[in-house]
Write a protein that binds this ligand. Structure first.
Ligand code: 76R
Length: 247
């Protein structure tokens, strides 16, 4: 049996995608809308504090296209805290005006194909990658993916050495985008319907297309990659919420 790669696992992650029920929002009284916005702001203030204290992180983006209107990516040290955050959000007045679109549960993951010989509990670079403060770059791209398990194209029957070589080539392509695209890989085997969540952040939205396209020609993606739906969006700053929600 091929050896499983060891993974380093960091903060737990929820991608919470929602549509806004604009009809209900428009029908609501301005008092109700104000309360909803105030409660949302309170919650975001609390999350900001958690982020400042390095006890978690979050990112809020609007989604382009009909799959969703909003994406919230939330990181917390435990699955319990993640669940609490979700429930707290669901209890707000604002949540009454949202409709679930998609959600994804995973954990920040670094595989040890390339990073060897460092102590993950003390190494500051590894710690920063396992418990990241999410970049508030202008654009987000999120999609879930699997590694194929079919006939001769079975990632999980490849020897470790072969997978390591393929991942090296994958990493080399990725590195060309350093500073342009930041990727956060979250593992979801046993947690959700796909094996990984891929979250990318960029200053220039076109870099997502360039990176993902270039990777399609690399063997890891060309031969072994299976992909779910893609969600792309724009940064939604807290101070922009009133404008976004204005009707
Ligand atoms: O973590 C590292 O920097 C080491 C190299 C590396 C690993 C181990 C790396 C680098 N990735 C790793 C693991 Mn990746 N990555 C994806 C996608 O769309 C596609 O074709 C695939 C989706 C993108 C866009 C991407 C980007 N990566 C993984 C894994 C786990 C595999 C496993 O364990 O079997 C998946 C599923 C995955 C998928 N990757 C990079 C990037 C980028 C931009 C880098 C370079 C990071 C840098 O060096 O700054």
């Amino acid at each position: 049996m091929p050896e499983a790669v060891t993974t380093l696992d960091g903060w737990y992650c929820l991608h919470d995608l929602r549509k806004i029920d604009w009809t209900a929002w428009k029908k609501a009284s301005s008092d109700e809308r104000e309360t909803a916005l105030a409660e949302l702001n309170q919650l975001l203030d609390k999350w900001n504090l958690t982020e400042q204290n390095k006890e978690g992180s979050h990112a809020l983006y609007t989604i382009v296209g009909q799959k969703a209107d909003l994406i919230m990516m939330i990181l917390r040290p435990t699955m319990d805290e993640l669940n609490e955050v979700e429930t707290e959000l669901n209890k707000t007045k604002f949540a009454e005006f949202t409709v679930p679109a998609y959600s994804y549960v995973s954990v920040v993951e670094l595989s040890s194909y390339l990073a060897k010989g460092k102590d993950p509990d003390t190494d500051p670079e590894l710690q920063a990658r396992l418990k990241p403060t999410l970049p508030k770059w202008d654009y987000i791209c999120f999609y879930p993916m699997d590694k194929r398990r079919q006939g001769n194209d079975n990632w999980y029957t490849l020897p470790m050495e072969e997978r390591g070589k393929l991942m090296y080539s994958h990493g080399m392509i990725g590195r060309k985008y350093a500073g342009k695209v930041r990727q956060i890989i979250t593992g979801s085997v046993g947690f959700d319907d796909w094996e990984w969540g891929v979250t990318l952040f960029a200053h220039d939205v076109l870099q997502f297309k360039k990176l993902v396209y270039e990777m399609r020609f690399d063997e890891v993606s060309a031969r072994y990659g299976e992909f779910g739906s893609f969600y792309v969006g724009n940064l939604l700053k807290q101070e922009e919420l009133p404008k976004f929600l204005h009707v």
